[in-house]
Design a protein around this ligand. Structure first.
Ligand code: 9PG
Length: 483
């Protein structure tokens, strides 16, 4: 291959075959000598929260530093390498003049793409791993890669309008009284879905109502349909906390580690947590019954969280590659909820979720503050900047699923975000088309309520004009200015 800067030399065990504006290659190890020097590298993280974006090869690699617990939760800890610019599934080099060189895996399985100032490499799990390699206009090349993957793994077809979620205002502090009031206040606002987030359940892993919901989920469903919205619910169905009945009553349900103990799948809620072995028929029965019950109650939207735990390396009773195991488990959920229920994936492995989820979170949690020095070395941590930085670098994934950049804020109370930062989040939601907020109407003044209404119905013309630059209606917005 030739570029304006000189030739590209590709080393692989197979002959490149021309396809889709680039080349198809096979192999466990690919190496490409490139002439671009210490240019920028596009790093893709493994799951929704994993560090993703462009970083100069002369800077420190984009990754999670000094925090093994977060590394396990928010990236592919098993293959982390602090010494290299390397990411999951695909990577790209800035070739100058709007052009990129992209290498991306087309198969499931652990594949890594990395680069230094002379070489880009891909490592796959087997000699049969298929890759796409292309050079050209950035948007075109990413779209060609996305299209090839979607042609293999499919595209879920559900669609959703504006979503109100309880998380970014109330967090786990929800009960039927306070949440019920916030729901009632949404009447007259054109929300498609009202999604109840973490805090409704007894404990993560035991998916029945906690003490704050004595009237039951059915009452909550009625309250939501009463304001003209579809009911949505958060769950993390593939994990359970050590203190859950699920973990205590069914230790045999848990994925094991190499020492024969339950595998620690990650950390949150001030504890470690475990993963369910979804290859077990009894776990499958449990999942089927859970989602049949919740769908039967009237939930039409599920935010399925911490899903990567279903794809972690570990000892499971059944066979199959961990990503195949994950897909089978999500397909089981899909079968139980039916084709018309919207599935939003969060904390999901990005590639392995293609074709299964209608929408996917593409960045870390947003927060009502911009940045936080403690987070400088943890780009997966909550914050508006971290969330925006990953999400704006993953808009090309729209060919795989709806791209959820997380909620926007209109409130001026209980937030440290200034107007500029608030505008950036709103613009990001407008370009992805996924609109959500957690602002309770009661927290908004008249002007903020008006801006929320405008946002919920806005359909501006969107045109991408650069890596991070867009025309939104008649405004020019370059997100590079925020990064
Ligand atoms: C509920 C929340 C919200 C939120 C989700 C998720 O990397 N981490 O350790 C990590 C922990 C929690 C987290 C995200 C990342 O939040 O993204 O929207 O639903 O769970 O508990």
């Amino acid at each position: 291959m030739h570029t304006a800067d000189g030739p590209l030399t590709v080393r692989s065990s197979s002959r490149p075959e021309e396809s889709a504006g680039g080349f198809l290659l096979r192999g466990a190890n690919l190496s490409i000598e490139h002439p671009f020097g210490a240019t920028s590298f596009y790093r893709n993280g493994w799951n929704s929260w994993s560090p993703t974006g462009w970083r100069s090869l002369s800077d420190e690699p984009l990754r999670i530093y000094d925090n093994p617990e977060r590394l396990l939760t928010a990236d592919d800890a098993a293959v982390d390498d602090p010494t290299r610019h390397q990411g999951s599934v695909l990577g790209a080099l800035d070739a100058g003049a709007g052009q990129v060189l992209l290498l991306g895996a087309l198969d499931l399985g652990t594949s890594l793409v990395g680069a230094d100032d002379g070489r880009m490499w891909g490592t796959g799990e087997s000699t049969g791993t298929e890759w796409y390699l292309a050079i050209g206009d950035e948007a075109v090349v990413f779209a060609q890669y996305a299209g090839l993957v979607a042609s293999r793994l499919g595209r879920a077809t559900g669609s959703v309008g504006p979503v109100w979620s309880s998380w970014y205002s109330f967090f786990e502090n929800i009960d039927e009284v306070s949440l019920g009031e916030a729901i009632d206040d949404l009447a007259g606002y054109p929300f498609d879905v009202v999604q109840v987030d973490d805090g409704w359940e007894k404990v993560v892993g035991d998916w029945t109502e906690g003490p704050g919901f004595p009237s039951g989920l059915e009452r909550l469903v009625a309250r939501i349909t009463g304001v003209g919205a579809r009911p949505g619910l958060w769950l993390a169905p593939f994990i359970c906390l050590p203190q859950s009945d699920t973990a205590r009553d069914h230790p045999e349900w848990l994925v094991q580690d190499a020492d024969g103990g339950p595998l620690v799948a990650g950390y949150n809620w001030g504890t470690h947590y475990y993963a369910l072995d979804t290859t077990r028929p009894d776990v499958q029965d449990h999942l089927r019954a859970l989602f049949t019950r919740l769908t039967g109650m009237g939930f039409a939207y599920f935010k399925l969280d911490f899903m990567y735990a279903g794809a972690l390396p570990g000892v499971r009773s059944g066979g199959g590659h961990r990503e195949e195991v994950y897909r089978a488990a999500v397909e089981l959920v899909r079968d139980a909820v039916g084709p018309d229920t919207y599935l939003l994936g969060c904390g999901v492995p990005m590639l392995a979720s293609v074709g299964l989820f209608d929408g996917v979170r593409v960045g870390p949690d947003v927060a009502p503050y911009w940045d936080n020095t403690e987070r400088r070395r943890d780009p997966s941590g909550p914050g508006a900047l971290n969330s925006l930085a990953s999400s704006v670098a993953r808009t090309w994934m729209k060919d795989w699923y709806d791209v959820d950049p997380d909620v926007v804020y209109f409130r001026s109370r209980r937030t440290l975000l200034d107007e500029n930062a608030g505008r950036a989040l709103v613009d990001l939601a407008l370009i992805t088309g996924f609109r959500s907020t957690s602002d309770p109407i009661a927290w908004l003044d008249a002007d903020e309520r008006e801006r929320l209404r405008d946002f919920l119905v806005a359909r501006p013309r969107i045109e991408r004009t650069g890596r991070f630059a867009y025309r939104i209606g008649d405004r020019e917005v370059d997100f590079a200015g925020y990064l």
